[in-house]
Design a protein around this ligand. Sequence first.
Ligand code: UDP
Length: 339
Amino acid sequence: MSILVTGGLGYIGSHTVVELINHNFEVVIVDDLSNSEKFILNNIEEITGKRPIFYPFDLKRKELLSQVFEAHIISGCIHFAASKAVGESMIKPLDYYENNLFSLINVLQEFRKRDISNFIFSSSCTVYGQADKMPIDENTPLKEAESSYGKTKQMGEDILKDFSRAYQKRVSLLRYFNPIGAHPTALLGELPSGIPNNLVPYVTQTAAGIREKLSIWGDDYPTEDGTAVRDYIYVVDLAKAHVAALKKLINSEEQKVLDIYNLGTGKGSSVLEVVKAFELANNIKVPYQICPRREGDITVAYANADKAEKELGWKSETSLEEALRTTWEWQKYLKEKSQ
Ligand code: UDP
């Protein structure tokens, strides 16, 4: 069975491709390499012993996309391809709407025309904004997203709800909390371009001496240690959830399915806890300074992921320390590779 994985050379995409191959799926990747590197394809092959089919193009190029559907019998899609930098999305909102929405719609049009079902969408806990109560379950009301990036995720979900309803399709919306870590082989991981925005890549680069000091954005939040709290989910665990969600869709007897799952650990960790866990896991110091709050940041977000456990038989298995250890191994791999 061939599964189209858009953005399959990206951070979460590449880990998911490995899990799909481990479960005997044929994988067809479309990735325009805008935020990924070609060597990841070799590394996927090194890990799995199988080289996925790969097409390097932008999904906005409809005619090329159509050719992929002509060349392969596609039975489902996991759609990762999207621009994801929150700050950049506020400066270039049109580029974000164009890229994230047109890419999605183009793939869906192929699904509609060719009568294909089983579509998994990379969504995000940003769709909840600052929720009124913790933990966040799937019935928590959505708030207007803070960023244009977040809005593309909300709109993507809306498009998929209509797609599922109008064309009787099986769809799963996966709302990720904060993905972290790297593959245990250290052959896959996050490749932040430029100065990282996210906490864990910044911590890692600080430990590696690439950045001088981590700035902790605010220690005056109403949390136990004053720093903001998030739910950090290990990327390999997250990748496994995609396979479970896909299998559920494929095995469903219903024509129309709209699944929504929160993917997190169910446990919140503060910024300071992450820094300490990283230091402990890797026996290395992370210099930091306390700075004012970052604009647009929420105080606390962690998942209630019970629904995924009940319906997908999936739950997070890897500790924060273990995830942060893999991140450090990946950083060492990147360093060796660049020498
Ligand atoms: N954070 C920080 N310093 C950094 C990057 C992030 O203190 O250099 C904090 C940020 O304010 C937030 C948490 O770490 O409370 C997670 O931020 P990230 O950007 O990784 O994910 P978000 O939850 O904002 O999407």
